[in-house]
Design a protein around this ligand. Structure first.
Ligand code: FES
Ligand SMILES: [Fe+2]
Length: 365
C-alpha cells in the first residue's frame, strides 16, 4: 500500500499536530487570488474554485464585481452558468435571482415579495491585475502591499503559476529559513526578526547580512553591489507573502542607486497534498522601458532562487522535533500562522469549525 508522505513514518518520527499550521483542513481568513481581472467582462458570471471553495464571480452591468457561494441555495446548481441581470445573478435552473449581498430577490413561481433566502457573499477586490476574494462579507484589512511600494503606483507582471506537493505554510518558510540560506544558496546572513503586530494578521521579517566572498562569482557580486545587503519578507493571512530583495545594496560599494526588486506570492490549495503558487512581480512605476527591465531582473532573481531548492518540496514531511536556536525565525513564523483564524471555507474536520458545522446541520435536518 502506498501511503502519502504525510502518513509515513508516523511511529518512528511523530510530529506535533498544530492548530492551523500545515493543516489541509484549515483555510485561514486572508486574501485569496482567483484569476485575472480581464477574464470577467461586464454582465458575465463565472464559476471558480478558490482555496477549495466553489464560488460564482459576476460583474454587474456597472462593472462592479461580486462573489457568492457557487451553488444555488435552492437545489445546488452552479450559479456560474447563470445569467447576470443588472447587478444580480439569475440561476439557470429555476431562475431564482440573487443580489451581490447574496439576498434572494426573486423566485418567479412565487408571488410574495418578502424572501428570506440568503446565500453567503464574500468580499472581493481587484488589485495587481487580479481578482481577490476574502472568505467573509467584510475584510478587516486591504490586500497586502510591499511596504516600500505603499502609496506608489506600480507596474505589474504575472509569473506562471506552479504547484508544490506540500502545504504552502511549509513552502512559505523558504525565505526565512536561516540555515538553508548558507547551505543551499551560499548566503551567510545575520537574522534580525521584527514582528509587527500593529497590522492585523501580518508578520514582518527583515534579514540583513554581509555579501559572501569565498568564490570568484561572489567576489564579482561584492565588487558590484557592495559589502552588505538585506531582504525582507512580509506575510499576510497565511496565504500571501511579499519579498523584497537587494535592499540597501550600493553600486561599486558607493552609490545607492540600485532599485530593490519586489515580488508577491499568492498561495492556495484546492485539494489535499497540492499547493498552487501564483508569483506576481512588481516595480514602482517609472517609465515603460525601465519598468520592463526591472521586472525582467526581478523574474530572473526569482527563477534563480526557485531553481536552487524547488525539489525540497517534492517529498517533505515537515517536522519541528529538533529545531535549533538558529531556527528561531521559523518557530516565530509557525506561531504567527497558529495565531490566525480559520475561515468558513475550512473543511469540516478543522478545529473550531467542527462544532459550528454540527449545529448548522442539526438545524436543517
Ligand atoms: S437550483 Fe437554482 S433556482 Fe433552482
Ligand atoms: Fe531557498
Amino acid at each position: 500500500m502506498k501511503l502519502s508522505s504525510k502518513n509515513q513514518n508516523n511511529i518512528t518520527q511523530p510530529r506535533p499536530e498544530f492548530k492551523i499550521f500545515n493543516r489541509w483542513d484549515v483555510v485561514t481568513n486572508g486574501w485569496y487570488q482567483v484569476l485575472d481581472s480581464k477574464k470577467i467582462k461586464k454582465g458575465k458570471a463565472i464559476g471558480v474554485d478558490v482555496a477549495g471553495q466553489h464560488l460564482v464571480l459576476f460583474r454587474g452591468e456597472s462593472g462592479a464585481l461580486y462573489a457568492l457561494d457557487g451553488f444555488c441555495p435552492h437545489m445546488g446548481v452552479d450559479l456560474g452558468i447563470g445569467k447576470v441581470v443588472g447587478e444580480e445573478v439569475r440561476c439557470f435552473f429555476h431562475h431564482w435571482k440573487f443580489d451581490g449581498k447574496g439576498q434572494c430577490s426573486d423566485i418567479p413561481c412565487l408571488s410574495e415579495k418578502k424572501l428570506e433566502i440568503k446565500t453567503s457573499a464574500y468580499c472581493v477586490q481587484e488589485k495587481y491585475g487580479k481578482i481577490w476574494v476574502y472568505p467573509s462579507s467584510k475584510a478587516p484589512y486591504e490586500i497586502l502591499e510591499v511596504p516600500e511600494l505603499k502609496g506608489h503606483e506600480v507596474t505589474v507582471s504575472h509569473g506562471k503559476s506552479y504547484k508544490r506537493k506540500c502545504h504552502f505554510h511549509v513552502t512559505m518558510i523558504n525565505g526565512i529559513d536561516p540555515q538553508h540560506l548558507s547551505t543551499v544558496h551560499n548566503i551567510n546572513m545575520n537574522m534580525n526578526v521584527a514582528i509587527d503586530s500593529s497590522e492585523k494578521d501580518t508578520i514582518d521579517i527583515e534579514l540583513e547580512g554581509q555579501t559572501p566572498s569565498s568564490r570568484t562569482s561572489e567576489r564579482v557580486v561584492k565588487a558590484l553591489l557592495g559589502d552588505r545587503y538585506a531582504y525582507s519578507m512580509k506575510y499576510q493571512g497565511g496565504c500571501l507573502a511579499a519579498l523584497s530583495v537587494m535592499k540597501g545594496v550600493k553600486l561599486f560599494n558607493k552609490w545607492e542607486v540600485l532599485p530593490t526588486l519586489h515580488m508577491l506570492f499568492a498561495y492556495q490549495s484546492h485539494i489535499e497534498g497540492e499547493t498552487i503558487v501564483q508569483p506576481i512581480f512588481l516595480t514602482k512605476k517609472r517609465n515603460f522601458f525601465i519598468d520592463r527591465i526591472l521586472l525582467f531582473f526581478t523574474k530572473m532573481a526569482f527563477k534563480m532562487l526557485q531553481g536552487e531548492d524547488g525539489e525540497v518540496y517534492e517529498n517533505i514531511r515537515f517536522n519541528t522535533q529538533n529545531l535549533l536556536p538558529i531556527d528561531a525565525p521559523v518557530s516565530k513564523y509557525i506561531k504567527y500562522i497558529n495565531s490566525l483564524t480559520p475561515s468558513v471555507w475550512s473543511r469540516e474536520s478543522a478545529p473550531e469549525i467542527k462544532s459550528s458545522m454540527r449545529k448548522k446541520r442539526e438545524l436543517t435536518v
